[in-house]
Design a protein around this ligand. Structure first.
Ligand code: XIL
Length: 356
């Protein structure tokens, strides 16, 4: 169903599209569409979500379970149960299963960076821990996980290398080492660098420099992931477009790995609830339409460059599942809290259909 052109010339995305349209059936060749899933989804408890995920998507990402802290909570202990369920969920459905992530400054236990006598761990200790972690986790899912976010968020806004505990303890080559260990552990897996705000030129330049350094070292790297945690007005659509073109010029696959559109203002802690949580009682129609328009626009860019873009992944299934709520009411995704498709879903369907 197409958007309706009103007498005012506005395109309205109607609500009444049945759930029988599946995004995965509308994707251009060579581009998969996926969603980050949580415990209650991959363990089967949330049956309505499982049905929707199975119907709509051909790729999954793990919202949390494959991160360092949950899967490797102590030096001598790995906790694989949840991660195994996540991977099996995708294998059972013949989905492309992504691993997220191996080396990051966040969601990593403090023990990883501690040496003897309360001192920070030295380079050799950190490299040994990194290698053990990567070999164990990547090795376990060899042949099942299609591609890994090897390093997440290593670049600062100014384009410099973030002084993460990995960088401080190992040195700048920690990124190269992570890619080397990941390739060793599964030579067939795709390997990615993943980060946010790549639409900003200084940060993007830093990322491009980093991946070119990996390429110069003849290390395997297959793609760059743009997290794509975006808002209604920012980044500007032209910046998304220009960024895609520049990233693709590295020769690497370009992916949108954590897509959502945050509708809430960036207010300080303790702000007036009316300002901080403006849609506590529901989303006004005009904002609903703006969200649909925004999704139409961003999919327009992805589809314009469809030879360069290999994957689009939403960071959560429905508004009820999104990490962006955090005590407020946010509406960043294509399905509402009752798991009904929103006008934004129709907008994405229309964009995909018009490229067929
Ligand atoms: C988020 C999860 O969605 C939350 O559940 C968790 O509490 C924090 O991490 N960038 C990333 C993701 O690469 O791993 C983050 O996921 C969102 C930002």
């Amino acid at each position: 169903m197409k958007g309706l052109i009103t007498t005012a010339g506005l395109v309205l995305f109607s609500l009444a599209l049945p759930q029988d349209t599946a995004l995965k059936d509308l994707m251009p060749k060579g581009m998969v569409i996926g969603v980050a899933i949580n415990q209650r989804q991959f363990d089967g408890t949330d049956t309505a979500a499982v049905a929707l995920i199975t119907k709509q998507f051909n790729q999954i990402s793990p919202e949390n379970v494959l991160k360092f802290q949950p899967i490797h909570p102590a030096a001598d202990r790995y906790a694989f149960e949840a991660a195994d369920q996540y991977v099996q969920f995708g294998v059972d459905r013949h989905m492309q299963v992504i691993g997220h992530n191996l080396v990051w400054h966040s969601q990593t236990g403090a023990w990883v960076f501690q040496g003897a006598d309360g001192k920070p761990a030295d380079r050799d200790t950190l490299l040994a821990r990194m290698r053990d972690h990567i070999r164990t986790v990547v090795g376990r899912y060899k042949g099942k996980i299609h591609g890994w976010d090897v390093v997440n968020e290593a670049i600062e806004e100014d384009g410099s290398l973030r002084k993460s505990p990995w960088q401080v303890g190992i040195g700048d080559d920690y990124v190269a080492k992570a890619f080397e260990f990941a390739h060793e552990a599964d030579p067939d897996a795709e390997l990615y660098y993943n980060d946010f705000n790549l639409e900003k030129s200084a940060k993007r330049a830093g990322v491009i420099k980093l991946v070119k350094d990996l390429q110069a070292r003849k290390l395997r790297i297959d793609g760059i992931g743009n997290q794509a945690h975006w808002r209604l007005e920012t980044p500007a659509i032209d910046d998304i477009d220009a960024s895609l073109v520049e990233l693709s010029a590295t020769g690497l696959k370009v992916m949108y790995t954590e897509l959502d559109i945050n509708l809430l203002p960036n207010t300080p802690r303790g702000a007036d609830p009316a300002a901080a949580n403006p849609y506590a009682n529901g989303l006004p129609d005009d904002v609903q339409q703006q969200l649909a328009r925004r999704y139409a626009d961003v999919f327009g860019v992805f589809l314009k460059h469809r030879a360069a873009v290999t994957r689009i992944t939403f960071w959560g299934l429905s508004d009820a599942d999104s990490w962006l709520n955090r005590g407020r009411m946010n509406y960043p995704l294509l399905w509402d809290r009752q798991r009904q498709p929103k006008p934004a879903f129709n907008a994405v369907v229309n964009a995909l259909r018009s490229t067929k």
